[in-house]
Write a protein that binds this ligand. Sequence first.
Ligand code: GAR
Length: 191
Amino acid sequence: MKNYIGRKINTAIFISGTGSNMRNLIKFSNANKSPINVKLVISSNKNAKGIVYASKKKIANYSFKFSDLKYAEKNIFKILSEKKIKLICLAGFMKILSHNFIKKFKGKIINIHPSLLPKYKGLNTYNRVLKNGEKYTGCTVHFVNSKLDGGKIILQKKIKILKKDTAISLKKRVQKEEYLLYPRAIKKIIN
Ligand code: GAR
């Protein structure tokens, strides 16, 4: 097993809310065998729960209102450069980055999405899969390009939908898989 001490990739996590995937990635990054070092958290919401955790773990964090996208991205770009960030992990980040920003970080932004892409892009995935009577759903880690949830898929995990499932129970089971899938996907693109 590789040991990445001293040459871990400086990573930023972008969040908008709870940040449970962010927490999981921070824990993952603390292991010697992890290829990443989480140096920065960016939030689109200053009240995001995830920000409290990042501060507690003494990880630099900044919140931006994305209503002025140009202003936010200009400042974020500056911080990313200062911190020599080479990988951006979107984790429940609910804003759409500009084409220009994505171009600057081409191949270096990845996202986790709660469906088996290319099915169920966008929001409210759990209710939509249940409404459509799907037998399976899951989660996907993919590269971010300018098309919403449309970049190249890195890894997916499929799970069976149970008859008794509600959007809440499904979310719980899918997220459990997300916590395993995101670190695996990072290892896959870095190794
Ligand atoms: C995650 O389950 C992620 O898949 C989803 O938001 C959740 C955030 O939870 N992302 C999207 O829907 C992106 N389109 P978290 O803040 O607890 O990690």
